[in-house]
Design a protein around this ligand. Structure first.
Ligand SMILES: Cc1cc2nc3c(=O)[nH]c(=O)nc-3n(C[C@H](O)[C@H](O)[C@H](O)COP(=O)(O)OP(=O)(O)OC[C@H]3O[C@@H](n4cnc5c(N)ncnc54)[C@H](O)[C@@H]3O)c2cc1C
Length: 437
């Protein structure tokens, strides 16, 4: 019998943490299901890139180790695994451990899990005669492409990539992670007398700076981003006192506009530890987001997304300290573009300046605003009418068809918090529960 006439009970599309969590949630709750896992274009050895692949040990989680669990019902499983399998690593609660270790944990969780894996990008998905036809890549790397069918599909496609920079010159590195992986084990292809430009100041930018230094690059690194700021550092912050928390909730209940919400947050952050204020919002962020009118949501994305991300996605304190101590590193406000002659231009309040750099690493991060442009599977599913774009254009609406489910970043718009591991593990369980009798 071929795969075509024996549909899988569930196909999980996407080989990142959301895919792993969904496979595990399905296996635990539906032990008799036949599961297909379309793991994406990366070779198995490169699984879990970029966030949890074979990065440097300097590339660290931005979440304390005990909060990075994969199982919604046992959320300290990563911490427990480290203590049990790697006591030599001496991990303690509150530490920001290498992200690579989380990749090792994901791999370990998959051992002995009964699932059929296939590799390569899924190109299309069509509902035919009550089953989904999945035109996919290969059952093994390098093997022939084989279509599959499944009764249910969970899409776990991760963050959208940004749009490529038009007219980019040859020293513009559009995919810094691919560039990084292709580097020889030692050294970097730039001399210490040269300058490296890092475009953006988010997580990937930080990783690139740390990685360049670890590889011995001593030259100048210019980091340019619209806000011109790094993410804040983590620091201990006791939770808000119950009365303060109640007052915060009441004030937010009254806030109907983006401006009012920000006003409340600023006011409370001025009077109480700001980290505790941000952390207090975590459980309710999606409900508060859903309570804003679409125009107000747009305003949040336009005016407050950057500042929110800098405070919400904090860095390990010693990572921040390493950046601060680096005297050959500068962080500048501005927008980087490339003109029609392929010159890299920085625009800021004082106008435009052509930059003379040996290398430019494009670390502008996920392109939520362009999530449905280009040739991604998500964009194609919208064009094919399988999914409907969310009006914000940052993701898609939950599918009307109950046999199709979304986990993770594709839900951005309908949800605000939807790409960090705590949300992914919960969504994975919710999706599988929905399909239980
Ligand atoms: C540098 C960096 C550091 C981060 N650090 C943290 C952290 O410390 N803590 C945290 O909680 N989050 C962190 N994140 C956020 C991170 O994105 C999430 O934790 C997590 O990786 C998201 O998992 P995901 O499975 O949804 O997406 P991804 O990890 O992006 O995986 C998506 C998968 O879908 C596959 N795919 C895409 N298109 C197709 C297709 N057409 N066919 C088949 N497969 C496809 C991809 O190949 C990939 O395997 C970090 C992100 C980055 C970039």
């Amino acid at each position: 019998m071929t795969a075509i006439d024996a549909p899988y009970d569930l196909a999980v599309i996407g080989g990142g943490p959301a895919g792993v969590a969904t496979v595990l949630a399905a296996r635990a709750r539906q032990p008799h299901w036949r599961l297909l896992w379309c793991r994406g274009p990366e070779a198995p050895a490169r699984a879990f890139l970029p966030a949890y692949g074979a990065n440097s040990l300097l590339h660290r989680l931005n979440v304390p180790v005990e909060r990075m669990g994969l199982d919604a019902e046992a959320p300290v499983d990563f911490f427990d695994w480290l203590r049990q399998e790697h006591p030599d690593r001496g991990v303690e609660p509150g530490q920001f451990v290498p992200r690579r270790w989380f990749g090792e944990f994901l791999q370990a969780r998959l051992e002995d899990v009964d699932v059929t894996s296939c590799f390569g990008a899924v190109r299309s998905l069509r509902n035919e005669a009550c089953a989904w036809r999945i035109d996919t890549g290969h059952d093994r790397p390098g093997g022939p492409a084989v279509p599959h069918t499944a009764l249910r599909v969970a899409l776990c496609l991760g963050m959208p990539t940004g749009l490529p920079m038009a007219h980019a010159p040859t020293h513009w590195i559009a995919d810094p992670w691919a560039w990084w992986r292709a580097l020889p084990a030692q050294g970097v292809p730039v001399g210490d007398a040269e300058t490296v430009l890092v475009v953006g100041s988010g997580l990937t930018a930080v990783d690139m700076v740390l990685g360049l230094r670890e590889r011995g690059f001593r030259g100048r690194i210019r980091v340019v981003s619209p806000g011109g700021r790094w993410s804040q550092a983590h620091a201990p912050a006791a939770p808000l006192a119950p009365a303060v928390r109640e007052a915060l909730d009441e004030a937010l209940d009254e806030a109907a506009t983006a401006r009012q919400v920000l006003g409340v947050l600023r006011e409370f952050a001025a009077r109480h530890p700001w980290r505790a204020v941000i952390d207090a919002l975590r459980a309710d962020t999606n409900a508060r987001w859903a309570g804003l009118a679409p125009d107000e949501q747009r305003r949040v994305l336009r005016h407050a997304f950057g500042v929110w991300n800098r405070h919400r996605h904090r860095m390990a304190p010693d990572v921040c300290a390493a950046l601060d101590a680096d005297t050959a590193l500068s962080l500048e406000p501005g927008r980087i573009g490339v003109d029609s002659e392929g010159r890299i231009v920085k625009r800021d309040r004082s106008g435009g300046t052509v930059l003379d750099v040996a290398l430019a690493l494009d670390c502008r991060g996920p392109g939520f605003r362009a999530a449905l442009a280009g040739d991604s599977l998500l964009a194609r599913l919208v064009r094919d009418g399988v999914l409907e774009a969310h009006p914000l254009g940052t993701g898609v609406r939950s599918p009307a068809d109950p046999s199709l489910a979304l986990v993770g970043a594709a839900r951005f718009g309908e949800r605000f918090e939807t790409s960090a591991v705590p949300e992914l593990r919960q969504q994975a369980v919710d999706v599988v529960r929905r399909w239980m009798p």
